[in-house]
Design a protein around this ligand. Sequence first.
Ligand SMILES: [Zn+2]
Length: 113
Amino acid sequence: MRNPNLRLDDLVVRGRRGREETRLMNVKVPSNVLTRIDKVAASLGATKTEVVIAILNEGLVTAEDELRGWRPPPKPVIPKERRCSVKNCDREKVAKGLCATHYQAQRRAHQMA
Ligand SMILES: [Zn+2]
């Protein structure tokens, strides 16, 4: 893979070259997706890696466009009377005045005793 900014259009016109590559992940790909990648690569005369990189770039541009200006929703504030009784814990209590994390921790500590 030579052009890290490769797009599908680049594969069609074959305007490429550059240099910079890294291994990302050992991703499991469903066989039907791999078949489709093979078909696109064959019809463009490109390698599967080039097709995958081009599709990733296309998808990232779309994702970046859609996320522009987006902010995650604020975390809900749990009213004080519904909070875990452990100091500085702001999670909601679920059992015996404790949040799930602290309740489980307490159970584990009791099991070991
Ligand atoms: Zn807690």
